[in-house]
Design a protein. Structure first.
Length: 283
């Protein structure tokens, strides 16, 4: 059951007071960037925080009892100046900036939109999943945090490959220490980045590239297969690259014991069981 702030309750109980209300959206990305939006046509304030108007549509919050997860659908029609760390919102959504982001929905009540809200009621909170990105809209679904309980048990499974995620606390490899800095060379395009890095074929396979300058600054894309002079990207970049654009490239991992030893010298943290017998059918 939701708790209604005293100031909001007083406003709602007033027999003559005309009040207004607006939905407030607070999005926090995995990197700590906070976006504050409102479905209202003008900026509004809650305490000392300002929520800026963004064209969007949200579906009804679906609350269910039992083992199903509460959900909400949200569609954003971002204007050209809406950005995440300087990256246009559509590009940021397409390239994973909202991965592991969370959303808080509140309903605020006002006597006048030019004044701070009397208070706000918590409506919904959960994790964001980007479902569709087009040239004009971003469709997202928000699932309540009870969705985190939908995990395979036990948490640690016996598999040939490593159970850690590369660069997480279980893996222990320092991501920035492994970064390789370079610049875009002639012959590059949105899908293939020519480089002059000193590396062997496949060293950056399954890794990531993050641009630090140029039209794609701040964009991070997964690297597919690589060669000694070309990085092939899994998805094309949103903007064209130019010779001299700088980037950081991070090596990836195929979760095998050989890679853990020879590429990262991290055998002590390997969480796989490569000698498990392969499943067979008995007749």
């Amino acid at each position: 059951m939701k708790t209604i702030p005293i100031a909001v309750q007083s406003l709602l109980d007033s027999p003559v007071q005309v009040y207004r209300r607006a939905d407030l959206f607070t999005i926090i990305t995995a990197t700590g960037i906070t976006l504050r939006w409102t479905g209202c046509d003008v900026p509004v304030k809650l305490d000392a925080l300002t929520f800026n108007p963004v064209p969007l549509e949200r579906g009804r919050v679906r609350w269910v009892m039992g083992i199903e997860v509460d959900t909400m659908e949200l569609t954003v029609f971002p204007p050209a100046d809406l950005a995440v760390e300087g990256v246009p919102f559509i590009t940021a959504a397409r390239t994973g900036a909202l991965k592991d982001a969370t959303l808080l929905l509140e309903r605020a009540y006002f006597t006048d939109f030019s004044l701070p809200a009397a208070g706000a009621i918590h409506q919904f909170e959960g994790s964001i999943s980007v479902d569709l990105v087009t040239g004009v809209e971003v469709k997202m679904s928000v699932k309540s945090f009870t969705n985190l309980l939908n995990r395979e048990m036990p948490a640690r499974a016996f598999t040939p490959g490593c159970g850690n995620t590369l660069y997480d606390t279980g893996c222990g490899v320092n991501r920035e220490a492994r970064a390789m800095t370079g610049s875009v060379q002639a012959g590059s395009n949105r899908r293939q980045i020519k480089h002059a890095l000193s590396l062997t074929d496949a060293y950056l396979n399954y890794g990531a590239i993050e641009f630090t300058s140029g039209a794609n600054q701040g964009v991070q894309v997964t690297i597919g297969r690589t060669t000694s002079d070309t990085l092939n990207l899994v998805v094309p970049l949103r903007a064209d690259v130019a010779v001299g654009d700088t980037f950081k490239a991070y090596p990836g991992c195929d979760r095998t014991l050989d890679t853990c030893i020879n590429k990262f010298a991290n055998k002590a943290r390997f969480r796989g069981f490569p000698w498990i017998p392969k499943p067979e059918t008995a007749y």
